[in-house]
Design a protein around this ligand. Structure first.
Ligand code: MG
Ligand code: MG
Length: 256
């Protein structure tokens, strides 16, 4: 069942989602060659707790860390690790879910580490463009398939592929609610977008083929099968009457 939120509740979700954006910016300030993903997780967790938030990934179905931190060919759900050191030219995706005063925000950003190649920059740019194209469909009267179609079309037009095994989702009371918001689809299909719906749109884009594998050792890490890099951007958004009301923000990340 899709749970609709009141305007007051949407403002509470906005507060939580903005804290996610501030957390990503704080983590971003520490991203440089030579730091470990575990160090970045500690920075993020401390910032969340200092701001009275609860890092919801920690303990979710046994996930051990506050943030998902995914480097290069790891698409999503990378587990922060003391032996993974960032290198010049890597990309690192940081995904953060916070509960604040009972409401949940979810956002993710892929950062360059040091100087990255032109092709890595292009992958990140196209993925972020796909996110905003998907978000542009988040208005009353459209359908969930319109979002997926907009994302997929832009990604494939640029020679990349979208991951099918994982998708966006409803959010706000809990980390994952109905409906699923796939990054592929057909226009005019799927659940109708209504006033009060809050969803997370999160394109996961592979430079090479769309195929992914899940780690048998940790049960979480999702990587590209061909070893090529992936990127991932995510916003929490409330369905708007004329335009989407994007609740999370990259402003602080990009003004750093
Ligand atoms: Mg997320
Ligand atoms: Mg999400």
């Amino acid at each position: 069942m899709i749970l609709l939120k009141t305007p007051t509740e949407i403002e509470m979700i906005r507060k939580s989602a903005l804290l996610v954006g501030r957390t990503l910016a704080e983590v971003g300030r520490h991203i440089r060659p030579g730091v470990t993903t575990l160090f970045l997780d500690q920075i993020g967790e401390q910032f969340i707790r200092d701001n009275k938030g609860i890092p919801l990934c920690k303990g979710f179905e046994g996930f051990p860390s506050a943030l998902c931190i995914s480097v290069n060919d790891v698409v999503v759900h990378g587990i922060p690790n003391k032996s993974v050191y960032l290198k010049d030219g890597d990309n690192v995706s940081v995904d953060c879910v916070i509960e604040l005063d009972g409401f949940v925000g979810d956002s993710a950003y892929t950062f360059p580490v040091g100087e990255v190649s032109e092709e890595m920059k292009r992958l990140m740019r196209v993925t972020k463009e796909a996110l905003y194209l998907g978000l542009s469909k988040c208005v009353i009267g459209n359908r969930v398939g319109d979002i997926g179609y907009a994302v997929q079309r832009h990604v494939e037009k640029n020679g990349y592929s979208v991951v099918r095994e994982l998708c966006g989702h409803g959010v706000g009371y809990k980390m994952h609610e109905s409906p699923n918001v796939c990054n592929y689809g057909k226009p005019g299909t799927g659940p109708l977008l209504k006033e009060g719906m809050v969803i997370a749109v999160e394109p996961m884009v592979n430079m090479g083929s769309r195929n992914v594998k899940f780690s048998k050792e940790d049960g979480w890490t999702c990587s590209t099968r061909d070893g090529k890099p992936a990127a991932h951007y995510e916003h929490t958004v409330a369905i708007g009457e004329k335009e989407p009301d994007i609740l999370s923000s990259f402003a602080e990340i990009e003004n750093n």
